[in-house]
Design a protein around this ligand. Sequence first.
Ligand code: GDP
Ligand code: MG
Length: 162
Amino acid sequence: MLQGQEAHAAEMERTFIAIKPDGVQRGQIAEIISRFERKGFKLVAIKLVVPSKDFAQKHYHDLKERPFFNGLCEFLSSGPVLAMVWEGEGVIKYGRKLIGATDPQKSEPGTIRGDLAVVVGRNIIHGSDGPETAKDEINLWFKPQELDSFISISIGTKLART
Ligand code: GDP
Ligand code: MG
């Protein structure tokens, strides 16, 4: 068992996960959430939003030189996106493992993209790729108070278990 500060730091790791418009429209919300829940990660914030194209460009700013950038941002802003924050030890790296490779043709079976998607431009889900991006993306998509209300619930759950 991790104790004290170590346990606290491990528990507090968070990542930003979004089900893109294709995943929402294809009815994959429950399937995707259940994979994160079954693994043991904790959902700490969730909302359905239609991002503007400007907002999508902010989210994908590191890809602005890529030829697919415009189409990618058009697509992300084309319909509802399910924005989420998940918490748990190693959730950033393991979340990417659950998601699978960027190109669904290269994602292993058993991963979300491997099982549920076919082409790179419609790969149904986003997950932060490291601690810095996780922090930036959570702050871009969620206001502090949207996270706070869920923190108190999760603390309540923990107290109930001990
Ligand atoms: P991710 O972190 O696995 O989502 O991959 P990236 O950060 O590299 O790219 C962001 C998103 O851009 C991907 O999830 C894809 O939807 C899209 N994308 C990446 N590479 C390509 C590509 O070569 N062609 C197209 N059309 N889309 C791409
Ligand atoms: Mg990425």
